[in-house]
Design a protein around this ligand. Structure first.
Ligand code: SAH
Ligand code: SF4
Length: 368
């Protein structure tokens, strides 16, 4: 039971300091608490032995460390894991872990659904339900660390990268996302390198400008089209913030952060945005800029009419960008057999029941 308890999970160092000083405690309590929660994955105040017994008793009354509850876990043939987490009654979000030889990437969600309605995205098609709290966002990383049996030793780190590429538009939930970015890179928090924390956005320009001042993490921008006419159709937010405005904010972000490259995501859809003319237009937009491109094979989902571009076209498209001097990679699709690939994360929002969800996924769903 949570009652009105303050969830300490999701509070950044400054927020924890404010919490403890508000209780009349010294601010160094925040640093102790950070280590317990984020580094050691502890949720039981009784085990936090360097905190006085009196304070622990008080914390038990007024606070808690509570992550979202797991509804299901699925394992793909390629080792990708997907968890469905409860986000309130009859609502769920998804989180995916992708192990690779040189890294382990955790893909997290920032909202239940998404309001931006990109035409090729399953999450977008579900509509928007609500923002996740900082506790629910940081709680995903916290849970995954526990579930993957991660230790506090850097050499045994399982999660080396965190990407905001799950459900939702992180910059549309700015207030709750920024403290989590801080926790991810805080040396007393999840202690990740800032180059290994990637915020992916479809281009909420005003908040992108704010982010440049507030936090320094890697940026991925969902471009998907090299001209406004096409991007207006694929990524409707482009009607409000067209490509020129978006790219200007991107270059300003890069400049502020020692010209570290921005990754431009480009979902390859057959006959839609994958012609060689599109490739040349894209090359022109990004030439001589701190930019690299990640081509993402379109991942289908029920009800979509889009198809993924043929491999040969993706390779030709890539070659044009490379010839234009733009570093370009093609993303390998992972976890497709469990619908864990980009843009397939739908969670189940609104009034669908978890039972029906279980039917759909063909898996056993734990009841609430
Ligand atoms: N809202 C943010 C982050 C979540 S989406 C954003 O749009 O950037 C993460 C990435 O998955 C984005 O690049 C998005 O365009 C991509 N994506 C969405 N639907 C997809 C699909 N069906 N196939 C492949 N990638 C998709
Ligand atoms: Fe939202 Fe990103 Fe999907 Fe667009 S691609 S609908 S911004 S989650």
């Amino acid at each position: 039971m949570s009652g009105d308890r303050q969830n300490l999970l999701g509070l950044s160092r400054v927020q924890l300091e404010n919490f403890f000083t508000g209780l009349g405690e010294k601010s160094y309590r925040a640093r102790q608490m950070m280590k317990w929660i984020y580094r050691r994955g502890e949720s039981d105040f009784d085990r936090m032995t360097d905190i006085s017994k009196t304070l622990r008793e008080r914390l038990k009354e007024i606070a808690e460390v509570r992550a979202p509850e797991i509804v299901t876990e699925q394992l793909s043939d390629d080792g990708t894991r997907k968890w469905l987490l409860r986000a309130g009654a009859n609502q769920a979000i998804e989180m995916v872990f992708i192990p690779e030889t040189d890294r382990g990437t955790l893909c997290i969600s920032s909202q239940v659904g998404c309001a931006l309605d990109c035409s090729f995205c399953s999450t977008g098609k579900q509509g928007f339900n609500r923002n996740l709290s900082s506790a629910e966002i940081a709680g995903q990383v916290w849970l995954a660390k526990r579930l993957l049996g991660e230790t506090t030793l850097a050499s045994e780190r399982v999660i080396s990268n965190v990407v905001f590429m799950g459900m939702g538009e992180p910059l549309a939930n700015y207030r709750n996302v920024v403290p989590v970015l801080e926790i991810l890179i805080d040396e007393l928090g999840f202690e990740l390198s800032r180059r290994r924390v990637t915020l992916s956005t479809s281009g909420l320009v005003p908040n992108l400008k704010r982010l440049a001042d507030d936090c320094n993490v890697a940026l991925a921008v969902s471009l998907h089209a090299p001209n406004d006419e096409l991007r207006n159709q694929l990524v409707p937010i482009n009607r409000r913030h067209p490509i020129r405005e978006l790219l200007a904010a991107c270059w300003a972000y890069a400049e502020k952060h020692s010209n570290r490259s921005i990754t431009f995501e480009y979902v390859m859809m057959d006959g839609i945005n994958d012609s060689l003319v599109h490739a040349r237009q894209l090359a022109r937009l990004l030439r001589r800029r701190p930019a690299k491109v990640n081509l993402i094979p379109f991942n289908p989902f029920p009800g979509t009419t889009y198809r993924c571009s043929p491999v040969r076209r993706i390779n030709e498209f890539r070659q044009i960008l490379l010839d234009g001097g733009i570093m370009t990679t093609t993303r390998r699709t992972r976890g497709q057999d469990i619908d864990a690939a980009c843009g397939q994360l739908a969670g189940k929002v609104k009034d669908r029941t978890t039972a029906r969800l279980g039917d759909k996924l063909g898996i056993q769903v734990k009841s609430a």
